[in-house]
Ligand binder design. Structure first.
Ligand code: PEP
Ligand code: MN
Length: 354
């Protein structure tokens, strides 16, 4: 990390960037309110920090110990002079701002009617962003794969419904991409691109999505450690995209046989990731629990430990849902969750440390 003096000139910054390139690394420039900090993308061991420390305009040059240096809170603090929390703006919605953000909608888009009914319901319930799966990652090839399913033409139509519903109910929209071939098409239609838990490790996919320059809802794999998850998020910033919403969605449960919950919600990941990074952290209680009777409590708990928002599967008629029927809630239930979470957020906001 090269920390510039707060009054460093453009020429001095450009000179440092040129020097970094000479050593075969890429420079990540973070122009904060306070000063410019230049991160190094690549193998830092090639960098003679003592050489950089005495270049004009440089305050300090030193290696960063964590493997996720470009998203580290330390890095943002240097540039911004304070916490440096990143607020991601999507339309009028601020993720990581003063208010908690609620993303809701069906697990899978099944029909235009189902999407519009649910979208209307979640809007009335107070949600800010509409979700709807089109390319569903499924364990069985025999299950419903989403309307984008097996590369069918249904994808474009479902994406246009999602856009239309978003416009009608004034909700930015998010959907998951499951593979590289879907990136261009999905990026044309949505405000936020979701990378699902199963794809957390797919470097090529992450990089391709990051280059679209759109906010990314990035989910933690159910077997990934926090450090590993944050290290992979670094691939997105390396493409100069800092609009990353980190999402905890449950890790593999313990015990033999069928477990009570689908996954185990790792609540400790929320304050841990907020401590380590400046990125907003949200929670998906739906996939963590896998059952609707736990959604209210897990939502409240998530906000209490510092989540900036929630993504909750909601369906106008959950029992008829084609995917994840047992974990989806109704718009009325969502309204109760949102109301309780807003109160909790108000109560805990002032005592959170980041
Ligand atoms: C989803 O949000 O639709 C989903 C499949 O979630 P996850 O990637 O967390 O399993
Ligand atoms: Mn689902």
């Amino acid at each position: 990390m090269i920390i510039m003096n707060s009054e460093a000139t453009k020429e001095e910054i450009a000179n440092v960037v040129r020097e970094i390139k000479k050593f075969g690394l890429k420079a990540d420039i973070s122009q904060g309110a306070y000063r410019t900090v230049i991160g190094l993308v690549g193998d830092e061991s090639k960098i003679p920090f003592s050489h950089f420390a005495v270049l004009p305009g440089v305050k300090e040059a030193r290696p960063v110990e964590t493997p996720y240096k470009l998203i580290s809170r330390e890095y943002a603090r240097m540039a911004e002079g304070e916490t440096g929390n990143r607020i991601i703006k999507v339309g009028d919605v601020e993720i990581g701002g003063d208010e908690p953000v609620f993303i809701a909608g069906p697990c899978a888009i099944e029909s235009k009617e189902q999407l519009f009914k649910t979208a209307e319901g979640v809007k009335k319930a107070g949600a800010h962003i509409l979700r709807g799966g089109i390319f569903k990652p499924r364990t069985s090839v025999h299950s419903f794969q989403g309307l984008g399913g097996n590369g069918s033409e249904g994808a474009s139509e479902a994406l246009s419904w999602l856009r239309e519903a978003g416009n009608r109910f004034e909700l930015p929209v998010v959907t998951e991409i499951r593979g590289e071939s879907q990136v261009d098409l999905v990026a044309e239609h949505v405000d936020i691109i979701q990378i699902g838990a199963r794809n957390m490790y797919d470097q090529d996919l992450i990089t391709k999505v990051a280059r679209k320059g759109k906010p990314i809802l990035y989910k933690r794999h159910f077997g990934a450690g926090i450090e590993e998850f944050l290290s992979f998020a670094e691939y997105i910033v390396a493409e100069e995209n800092r609009d990353i919403i980190l999402c905890e969605r449950g890790i593999l449960p313990l015990g033999k046989g069928r477990s009570y919950t689908r996954y185990t919600l790792d609540l400790s990941a929320v304050p841990a990731m907020r401590k380590e990074t400046y990125l907003p952290v949200i929670v998906d209680p739906s996939h963590a629990a896998g059952r609707r009777d736990l959604i209210f409590d897990l939502s409240c708990a998530s906000i209490a430990v510092g989540a900036c928002g929630l993504i909750i599967e909601t369906h106008h008629n959950p029992v008829e849902a084609l995917v994840d029927s047992q974990q989806q809630i109704t718009p009325d239930e969502l309204k109760e969750v949102i109301s309780a979470c807003r109160q909790i957020h108000k109560a805990v906001q002032h005592c959170q440390r980041t």
